[in-house]
Design a protein around this ligand. Structure first.
Ligand SMILES: Cc1ncc(COP(=O)(O)O)c(C=O)c1O
Length: 395
């Protein structure tokens, strides 16, 4: 039989899948995969349910329904001061993941270089490589996850087509600061490149800070594509509604990829997302406030259990340094160990690195968008385990 696609077949089952399966088999509290354990806002669910009953239930327009595209443009103006033409500069996709794929398919020619920042979200490398891109990886170093300017500059060349930037950043929970964004903008302009900005956690930023899209920086409006996700902004990850804001010259080509991949997105979820984006500022402030309280709860409980908790400026996630409790095994060992022996699961950060790029293997990520009682239970189990159990597979 002829071989199947070598890029995709080279990737194994993801650690998210493996850990979730193990957590399920063990009946462990799953703080691995990033999804809330609530049902999401009832008002949005009602809009979505009514839309199915009332119809229409046929193909909506390829770029998305006008009311959602208008809401995307208005949201850009309200939160970031961006003037966006909803008719030529917005598009709705089936999740941010599809949006990322559409952008990479549309912008990359085989052999183009793509700058990526490690640790990175799991779909980036396979999608870049499948689109024919050549990944140029730059690594942020823990515990501060600083972006090294020299290394970033060295990753850019005349072959650079784009940088794929995720801020607020999963898994490090870092929010890129203005100096870093300016440095990225300068390099993008200098190399006549584009920036695809995965901003799915744009409304999940803590400590009174606000997200600032790269698109708002001088010279970036015409070079940036901005991606949001209803899944994260409305705490319903199953909805898979993403949205793209891009200059019309780029969007028209990105839309071709969307046309041939999914063509449209369920109309009821689009209507409900439009309703959601049009809500007043309180909704967005409460979202960040509630998640910040959960971050604080888990951080305090894990600190009390003896773990060193990393800074968490945004997203659903916080990380701990497993060496802080004297654990001598790897992050993968640790995650297996706590799933089997503490009844709590997490994700090893080494899963967010490309193959063969050296290993950062002593951090694990916990997801805190869960009920307070679940977070308290998990922390208590981890405390008990850390006080009473061996600290590594060889101990
Ligand atoms: C950084 C990042 N990008 C994209 C996604 C996927 O978003 P969606 O579910 O809208 O496809 C996630 C989900 O966890 C994410 O963390």
């Amino acid at each position: 039989m002829k071989p199947v696609n070598s890029v995709l077949s080279s990737f194994g089952v993801t650690v998210f899948e493996t850990m979730s399966r193990l957590a399920m088999e063990q009946g462990a509290i799953n703080l691995g995969q990033g999804f809330p354990d609530s049902n999401g806002p009832e008002n949005l669910r009602r809009v979505a349910a009514d839309a199915v009953i009332d119809g229409p239930n046929q193909y909506p327009p390829m770029l998305g329904i006008p009311e959602l595209r208008q809401a995307i443009a208005a949201h850009n103006k309200r939160f970031y001061g961006l003037d966006v033409d909803w008719m030529t500069e917005t598009m709705v996709t089936s999740g941010a993941t599809e949006a990322i794929n559409d952008c990479l398919m549309a912008l990359i020619e085989p052999g183009d270089e793509v700058v990526l920042i490690e640790p990175l979200y799991d779909c980036y490398l396979p999608l870049v490589r499948r689109a024919g891109g050549v990944p140029k990886l730059v690594r942020m170093e823990p515990p501060e996850w600083q972006l090294n300017g020299d290394q970033l500059s060295a990753a850019f060349s005349r072959k650079t087509k784009l940088i794929l930037l995720n801020s607020p950043h999963n898994p490090s929970a870092k929010v890129f600061n203005d100096d870093e964004l300016k440095m990225i903008a300068r390099l993008v302009i200098q190399h006549d490149a584009y920036a695809v900005c995965d901003e799915v956690y744009e409304h999940i930023v803590f400590d009174g800070k606000k997200h600032r899209p790269l698109m708002t920086f001088p010279g970036m409006r015409e070079r940036c594509v901005r991606i949001g996700s209803a899944g994260k902004t409305f705490s319903m990850t199953a909805w898979k509604v993403g949205y793209i804001t891009a200059p019309s010259e780029l969007l028209s080509v990105i839309a071709k990829a969307h046309q041939f991949v999914t063509f449209t997105t369920p109309v009821n979820f689009q209507k409900a997302t439009a309703f959601g984006l049009n809500q007043d500022d309180d909704y967005f402030e409460n979202l960040a406030g509630e998640l910040e309280a959960k971050r604080d709860l888990l951080k305090a409980a894990l600190t009390d259990a003896g773990f060193a908790v990393m800074k968490t400026a945004g997203t659903y996630f916080l990380s701990i340094d497993i060496r802080s409790v004297g654990y001598t095994g790897s992050d993968v060992d640790f995650c297996q160990d706590i799933t089997l022996n503490a009844g709590v699961s997490a994700i090893p950060l080494s899963a967010f690195y490309g193959p063969g790029s050296g290993v950062v293997d002593h951090f694990v990520r916990f997801c805190f968008c869960k009920q307070d009682s679940v977070l308290n239970d998990a922390a208590a189990k981890l405390k008990d385990w850390s006080m009473n159990k061996p600290k590594g597979p060889l101990d």
